[in-house]
Design a protein around this ligand. Structure first.
Ligand code: NAD
Ligand SMILES: O=C(O)C(=O)C[C@@H](O)[C@H](O)[C@H](O)COP(=O)(O)O
Ligand code: ZN
Length: 363
């Protein structure tokens, strides 16, 4: 199945299916044969779990750069190492990169592709559920100790080749983390879809055919939004639902302490509490949603490890902030996101409210 992504700067497709790696490159054969070098960026875990399948089914000869797994690959140090690798391998503007991994590998590779010799092409080959989000739309970045994804570029891939075979080796924790972005896509777009997800007996145990439908639906939401607003001037901000508080937690936890999707899930409940004040979200819904997420194993108790004072320094660095004003994505109703300026004093009030709700619901 192919899903078009038509952004202002570039048009490409997400090719998604099971066992497609060996055939998916057919349409790119001419382009890839013109490249002087094909370089695959991956991480240790992905290479250990899926390297053999990759080597068997990837139809070209390539060199591989294996990075530390998880957020460690989005460090300045690894970003420099990646460029050193490309330079030492005599890569040129005719070289081509592949991001073979989850969102961390995808974000690092995309940023390396955007900046190596001022830009070389790359293809995303995502291997996590979460990467149905990260591989699409062209946000690339590394982390700074003072804030998540603060250094990056909008840079679109030539294609996204999503072989869902790769998902089989994901840990339960990574499945849960990835499902948070699926749930985010439902929350900002479609109440029926959200209700279907909330009715699943277990969010980490969805049958593969059904999971593929959720991934397709999530990719379509994302593709539709980035087609309207590639560089986050307007509606793209909606894709950041849950991320203001979520990114602050990830930074406070020292990148990698919390998985991205775990932090986003915690941040989405915080955004629901704010949505009660500015939209039509009821406390009853927030409570039901929190209870659903808690039963599915999202680690809400992590919030209690960090004071609001620790989180606020990161909240203030959120990329949506403008002219000293913090902006949160909130929901009027399920499927109706909007952007709301919020004072830091109100963030603190809601943080206190959140901690007491957690004590009540997450026993
Ligand atoms: N660019 C975007 O639009 C966007 C969107 C969402 C998230 N992100 C970024 O993506 C990152 C999170 O992505 P992620 O959750 O995929 O994390 P990740 O890339 O860190 O992968 C999670 C863990 O799973 C391992 N892994 C990956 N695929 C595997 C597989 N098939 N089998 C076994 N292990 C595997 C990885 O090695 C890692 O340890 C964050 O840095 C986040 O900021 C970016
Ligand atoms: O694509 C987007 O736009 C998103 O906001 C998707 C998010 O899931 C993703 O985590 C993104 O990297 C966050 O962007 P940031 O600009 O807040 O760093
Ligand atoms: Zn995200």
């Amino acid at each position: 199945m192919r899903i078009p992504v038509n952004t202002a700067s570039h048009r490409y497709e997400v090719i998604i299916g099971s066992n497609i790696l060996h055939t998916a490159f057919d349409s790119f054969d001419a382009m890839l044969k013109k490249a002087d070098k094909l370089i695959v960026f991956t991480d240790e875990n992905v290479w250990n779990a899926q390297g053999d399948y990759f080597k068997k089914h990837f139809p070209y000869s390539f060199e591989v750069f294996i990075m530390p797994s998880g957020e460690a690959c989005k460090s300045f140090e690894n970003y420099q190492n990646a460029h050193t690798f490309l330079i030492e391998k005599d890569c040129t503007r005719k070289s081509f990169l592949f991001a073979f991994g989850g969102g961390a590998v995808g974000d690092l590779t995309g940023f390396a592709a955007a900046t190596f010799m001022r830009g070389i092409p790359f293809i995303q080959i995502p291997t996590t559920i979460l990467a149905h989000d990260s591989a699409v739309g062209g946000k690339t970045a590394i982390n700074h100790p003072l804030g998540k994804n603060l250094v990056g570029a909008f840079y679109q891939p030539e294609a996204v080749i999503y072989d869902t075979m790769f998902l089989q080796s994901l840990s339960k924790r990574e499945v849960r983390s990835g499902m948070a972005e699926v749930i985010k896509h439902a929350l900002i777009s479609n109440e029926n879809w959200l209700m279907q997800l909330m009715a699943s007996p277990s969010i980490t145990n969805i049958e593969s055919g059904q999971l593929a439908l959720h991934l397709k639906a999530g990719i379509e939401v994302k593709a539709n939004i980035v087609a309207q607003d590639e560089t986050e001037q307007s509606v793209r901000k909606y894709l950041n639902f849950g991320h203001t508080y979520g990114h602050a937690l990830e930074a406070a936890a020292g990148y990698g302490g919390l998985a991205h999707g775990e932090a986003v899930m915690i941040g989405m409940v915080y955004a629901l509490l704010l949505s009660e004040r500015y939209g039509q979200i009821s406390r009853e819904f927030t409570r039901a949603f929190l209870s659903f997420a808690y039963k599915n194993g999202y680690p809400f108790h992590e919030v209690l490890k960090y004071s609001f004072e620790t989180l606020q320094q990161f909240l203030l660095k959120d990329k949506k902030a403008e002219y000293g004003e913090l902006k949160f994505v909130l929901l009027n109703k399920i499927g109706e996101p909007f952007v709301q300026p919020i004072e830091l004093s109100e963030c603190r009030e809601v943080d206190i409210e959140y901690r007491s709700l957690l004590m009540e619901v997450c026993k």
